[in-house]
Ligand binder design. Structure first.
Ligand SMILES: [Zn+2]
Length: 206
């Protein structure tokens, strides 16, 4: 099993990487991107690959415990966060992780979550029907122990803390997911737009 077995998903994931890379949401080989393939695996970016130039051979297959099928390849360090999301919800088909400047600084300026309201863009999330609704985005403290981090994400999931399809990591970036690559891209773009607006509003008030 390798990414060549799933050319549609591999090409679509590369396309998202190129778009997000051009927007400077994953500079210096940061960020990682994945899509579910079959019932027991996901396709994910290999560690240390430049996203704006990503090609299908820079992807690899891991099982849902984060273990690579091809042991010679090194998956992203954050693969446990992707695999835990796939295990938490069989309806998740793709997980996209960005390191944008606005998500990074906003996550450092807020507490355990940030509330966003009043923006039409909130409707990028299917569960949100009006700009008047309040979106609460969970913010986790950063952690280099990804297995422990994945357990914290699982606990927050079980506690029902995720009311929109994504979360922030403080000083680090955004995780967003969706039922497929296109919906995960829509959610990531919605979050990133809202974070830019929220950050610029804070700047305007100072
Ligand atoms: Zn990261």
């Amino acid at each position: 099993m390798n990414p060549d077995d799933f050319p549609i998903e591999a090409n679509a994931l590369c396309e998202v990487c190129h778009v997000f890379g051009e927007r400077q949401w994953c500079l210096a080989t940061s960020g990682n991107f994945s899509a579910r393939v079959g019932d027991k695996h996901c396709m994910i970016t290999q560690s240390g690959k430049e996203k704006s130039r990503l090609s299908p051979e820079d992807l690899m297959i891991c099982d849902l415990d984060g273990a690579p099928v091809d042991r010679k390849l090194k998956p992203s360090n954050e693969t446990p966060l992707h695999s835990c999301l796939y295990k938490l919800d069989p309806g998740i088909g793709a997980v996209l992780h960005t390191h944008s400047a606005s998500a990074t600084v906003l996550s450092r300026a807020a507490g355990a979550e940030i509330t966003i309201t009043g923006f039409e863009m909130q409707k990028a999330f299917a569960s949100i029907k009006s700009h008047d609704e309040k979106i609460n985005v969970v913010i986790f403290d950063n952690d280099q122990d990804m297995q422990a981090f994945a357990r914290r994400v699982g606990q927050a999931w079980d506690d029902g803390q995720f009311t929109v399809p994504g979360f922030l990591i403080r000083g680090h970036g955004l995780y967003a997911w969706g039922k497929d690559i296109a919906s995960a891209q829509q959610h990531a773009e919605g979050f990133e737009f809202l974070f830019q607006c929220a950050w610029q509003e804070r700047l305007a008030r100072t």
